[in-house]
Design a protein around this ligand. Sequence first.
Ligand code: CA
Length: 587
Amino acid sequence: MKRVITAAIAFAFAAGMSNAQVADGDLAEDQANTSQILTNGMGRGLQRYSPLDMVNRETVKNLVPAWAFSLGGEKQRGQETQPLIYDGVMYITGSYSRVYAIDVKTGAEIWQYDARLPEGILPCCDVVNRGAAIYGDKIFFGTLDARVVALNRHTGDVIWRDKIADYKAGYSYTAAPLIVNGLVITGNSGGEFGIVGEVQARDTETGELIWTRPVIEGHMGTYKGEESTMTGTLNATWPGDMWKTGGGATWLGGSYDADTHTIVFGTGNPAPWNSWLRNAGQHNDGSGDNLYAASRIGMDPDTGEIKWHFQTTPREGWDYDGVNEVIPYVDRAGNMRYATADRNGFFYVLNREDGKFVRGGPFVKDISWASGLDENGRPIYNEENRPGNPVESADGKKGEVVFSSPSFLGGKNWMPMSFSRRTGNFYVPTNEWGMDIWNEPITYKKGAAYLGSGFTIKPNYEDHIGSLKAIDPDTGEWVWEYKNDAPLWSGVMTTAGGLVFFGNPEGEFIALDDETGEKLWSFQTGSGVVGQPVTWEQDGEQFISIISGWGGAVPLWGGEVAKKVNYLNQGGLLWTFRLPRELAMAQ
Ligand code: CA
């Protein structure tokens, strides 16, 4: 650990930092309280909707930069963080497992924490971090060597830290932690290395491990150091010993549904990618589904016991990780629903009581691997679009190549969508792309890539890859579409001002009209935007922040698309905008 402290205490008082402590009630009302942002998702339901409307369709043109903060150093790469704001301080995470405390009024640094990462970490998809959590007087975040760290929010000093799993086996951590009832709850990353997806909960005060819940059938959970229950039923849907290295990384973290007291985590691809090694048949009887990979899992936050699961892609074979965020909301008829937009290209509405499928449909244009969903939400497979079994090829080394859409980077990847309470629609950052994909033989080796597949991503259209869509969850209708040349990789935020905020890799931070998709405002940030916007109220004015810094999975894995966007510059600036009071009424 290397910590750079810039006269922290003096600055802390200059910033007006007090001894205030974040309590459970503060987290519960995070969406409604517009003066602070305490949770990933601007509320643990991840709606990313603000009731603020000073910045609206008329006044957004008057937004001006207030300050910008450089993450500095030689360490650039993808900046995907969502800021937290509390007690006069903004807390952000940066690439390479860094945390910064910034005076929210001036943009001056208060402290920074730089986790010293060992040689040999194995992040699959850039050295990103997607944000921190706050509770009591501590800031929590995870590191690329798969640790969870609690820092003193005033000084950046380490209070405790603990290992999630062994980074040498391919584990890492990039998501924002989730806090429920005094527990800090984390997932894990590493689905390309044959790890086993798991959710863990620790005491925020001491770091003591309270429960663990592996998400692949056959593995045992724990509660307070003792075995609790097995996940699923051993070998019910996995052949032989494949479940032992079965993947299902819970790499995007989770949401919390306070109404049902349920945490919901998504689980990534089963390992390896080559699905023939996990299910040699084409049967649809469920015996080769590889539970609970590529699923959403509802859990009791106090014990880690599984309440329900919904699998989006049984015997998944395209790396359609099912990790995407699950957002609790109330539909127009007053029903308690979840919505989630899967990497596989389908948008799902689920029942909040039991996770059961209500309805679903495509949110991208050219899904090739399935023709639709049946009445239970199970995909209707196009078997000829399954990458071929290498065992059946002439030399046994490369199975039949197929062109599948969406690509493995997904109809939507990690970048979070938003639910507008104003319109009742979801605003979904999507990408229209496909891939050539084939299977190869593979055997598990600790710390080595465990794919058994090869691939090349290709754009589906000449004039756009990115596509931000407004989707009516009650009908599945696409209300409008905003096309973008490069693939979208930034989070989305909606507001009561009728606005949709997001960024693009070309560097623009953009506001659209939530009813029409018309572009109302944009600002060139200087590097690609792959971060997550937030807004809050301060001294009677509305502020908006977004981090800029191109990177993430696209430049590393994007194939022909990566070549298309290789002109984009790296960076690392947190931009903050304000609507000056005298311009709030101007039109
Ligand atoms: Ca994956």
